[in-house]
Design a protein around this ligand. Structure first.
Ligand SMILES: O=C(O)[C@H](CS(=O)(=O)O)OP(=O)(O)O
Ligand SMILES: [Mg+2]
Length: 245
């Protein structure tokens, strides 16, 4: 099994996606928000690139979520804090989401055979889905403002480690994959401490989102694997869904 890692949204190339499963990793905070929304009963999450697109898509009781410059967009129901996506607010709702990095990465990844959304919250469940599909994988770190982000890289390293333990096959990676895996192994016993040192964690804390940082760095508390389906809508993946591919 081949598992390559891409450092940021701007480095995603179509040829890296062909015949592969893609996993978009945006620990802070889009991937964590999507999995939390679905775990709390949202019917689906629709990732869109721009604010006007989000407003145009909204009708009836759809839930509008997203951020620009880390802040909730005026007129939206919620920002990009996973903690805002409570059962009470979103159960049964279709969530439209637009964020600076994460939703852009998901839209760019859509050429892959399957597109999953992963964070520390659901890493193991995501690795299980990838093993089940048994395809080569590309792990797309969303990063921040087109730059690599530590938390996405270490989450990719964790996924590679899980996959190495779960699959019977030999796992091969590109140089970035080898690097993040080694970095994960080196830091796995003090993951939260190391990740608090990252630029994005510091930036979010400075903006008043310390609770989000803490929550997004919890590992494997959720078994939902969000998948971007052919209608460009994200729903929970089940083993039945790969029959359509
Ligand atoms: O909401 C987030 O945490 C970030 C905001 S920012 O781009 O880092 O300012 O968005 P995301 O798309 O989840 O990286
Ligand atoms: Mg991010």
């Amino acid at each position: 099994m081949r598992i390559d890692v891409v450092a940021s949204v701007s480095e995603i190339r179509s040829e890296d996606l062909v015949h592969r499963s893609a996993v978009v990793i945006d620990v802070f905070r889009t991937s964590s928000t999507i999995v939390t929304a679905l775990a709390h009963g949202a019917a689906c999450v629709i990732p869109v690139e721009t604010v006007p697109q989000a407003k145009q898509l909204q009708y009836e009781d759809m839930f509008l979520g997203g951020e620009r410059f880390c802040k909730k967009i005026t007129g939206f129901d919620a920002g990009n804090s996973p903690l805002e996506y409570t059962k009470e607010l979103i159960q049964g709702k279709n969530v439209i989401l637009t964020t600076t990095n994460g939703t852009r990465a998901l839209i760019k990844a859509a050429k892959a055979l399957n597109v999953f959304s992963a964070s520390f919250l659901n890493a193991k469940a995501c690795a299980e889905a990838l093993v089940h599909l048994d395809r080569d994988v590309v792990l797309l770190c969303a990063g921040s403002q087109d730059r690599f982000a530590l938390e996405d890289g270490l989450c990719a390293g964790m996924l590679i480690d899980d996959l190495k333990h779960m699959t019977q096959q030999q796992v091969r990676s590109n140089d970035l994959g080898i690097t993040v895996h080694q970095a994960y192994l080196h830091n796995k016993d003090q993951l939260k401490k190391v990740l608090y040192e990252g630029n994005e964690a510091k930036r979010l804390i400075k903006q008043g989102h310390a609770l989000d940082v803490d929550y997004c760095l919890e590992t494997n508390i959720c078994s939902i694997v969000p998948v971007l389906e052919s209608d460009q809508v994200i729903r929970p993946w089940t083993t039945k869904k790969d029959l359509h591919n």
